[in-house]
Design a protein around this ligand. Structure first.
Ligand code: C5P
Length: 188
């Protein structure tokens, strides 16, 4: 999809500015690494999962990446020659990185935060995702209109077990600042 990585990079930069030690696990993007942040670049969901596990233990994990749910079962080492007869590509499920990091265990971060891009029934779908993935908060954004993907503004609702906070439309930097503030308050 057209996810740019801007929101995740803005959050990494905002955390670093408030004094956190930050590891930014990033899929392919042209964005420069924010100053003071350790960036680990990955190309696949399996690599992203491994890099996230290697970054543990951490106090907070924030998962903004738009990971593909599926990948081709086989990657061809050479150019495919039978394209005239090929009608389908077999897919297998990618690991759900957010759900795996949310699993209780000695290394589970105190706060696991997921994102949910939805096109309709924002809050209902995001609340279902909170339960299904086992994370602590979901930051839900409505991507039904144009402009969020790749743009600089974002309109989000933050959900947790206690309720939901609908924030006004803000820049992605402002969403990042506000999220970091909420994290700092929650962790005392
Ligand atoms: O794609 P979906 O709406 O399910 O994504 C919700 C959350 O789950 C996001 O925080 C995303 O980063 C995460 N996710 C993941 N691994 C996947 C798919 C999504 O960590 N394979």
């Amino acid at each position: 999809n057209r996810s740019s990585g801007k929101q995740g990079y803005a959050i990494a930069a905002a955390l670093e500015r408030c004094g956190a030690e930050v590891t930014l696990v990033s899929g392919p993007t042209a964005l420069p690494a924010p100053a003071g942040v350790t960036r680990v670049q990955v190309g696949t969901a399996d690599e992203m999962l491994a890099a996230c596990h290697s970054a543990l233990p951490v106090q907070v994990a924030i998962m903004t990446a738009a990971v593909a749910d599926w990948r081709p079962a086989e990657a061809a080492p050479e150019k495919l020659k039978d394209k005239a007869t090929r009608t389908a590509i077999e897919l297998v499920a990618n690991p759900d990185i957010l759900a795996e990091l949310s699993e209780a265990g000695p290394d589970r971060p105190k706060l696991v935060i997921g994102f949910a891009a939805e096109t309709e029934n924002l809050v209902d779908h995001a609340r279902a995702k909170l339960t299904k993935k086992g994370c602590d908060w979901i930051v839900a954004n409505d991507v039904g209109g144009t402009g969020v993907m790749g743009g600089d503004a974002n309109t989000v609702t933050v959900l947790d077990a206690g309720g939901e906070d609908a924030w006004p439309t803000l820049s992605k930097d402002e969403v990042a600042e506000r999220l970091v503030e909420r994290i700092a308050v929650t962790l005392g």
